[in-house]
Design a protein around this ligand. Sequence first.
Ligand code: ATP
Length: 220
Amino acid sequence: MKDIKRQFAVIGLGRFGTSVAVTLQMLGHEVLAIDTDEEQVQKIAEHVTHVVQADTTDENALHALGLRNFDAVVVAIGADVQANVATTLLLKEMGIPYIVAKARNALHGKMLEKIGADRVVYPERDMGQRVAHSLISANVLDYIELSPELSLVEVTVPAVLAGKTLQQANMRALYGVNVVAIKRFDHLIVPPQPQEQIQESDILIVIGATDGIKRLENLV
Ligand code: ATP
């Protein structure tokens, strides 16, 4: 089946916005990249479908961009919180089906949620957590906090678990976590069966309560 080409717009072409825009384009989609700064716009021009220099807090300028039929818009304006919030609000009023907005901190994130952003992201906070978790535990390859209570981690296999089946490892009872997938060489076992034997070279993708995940991270 042929992948569907979708239309995205990214507003604010700092490091984060640029990375989102270029990645979407590389994934085969149409990308409109927008910034007030002509220099930022020029830098990305040859890497995305369209670029426009515009101030998205200006309602007329925003309407002129014709974003209504886009699948999603990413608001990646950073330091100027007011511009970030105003842009998100105007996009919401225009009826954009899916808005992702970047927040600088928890209060900013709350505002964006109240306005109706469909997804609020905290790139610096999330990357900081991921790096910290991978530093404190030799097993952790990646860490994503889904909520303050729930996390998803990618871990190498602690020696105590190697050779056991998932049933024998009993991780749900011992740590309150679920193995949702096993990466074995270049394939993924999803969902793994209870009889699946954990191999030393596997990577486990685990979801569970944050304190259980912490205990799992400390296993050797
Ligand atoms: P990063 O960490 O992603 O590099 P940042 O968080 O430091 O970025 P800024 O550089 O403050 O974010 O903002 C990102 C971009 O948003 C800038 O290139 C800036 O010109 C653009 N921007 C700011 N206000 C507006 C606006 N009203 N309309 C469009 N773009 C804007």
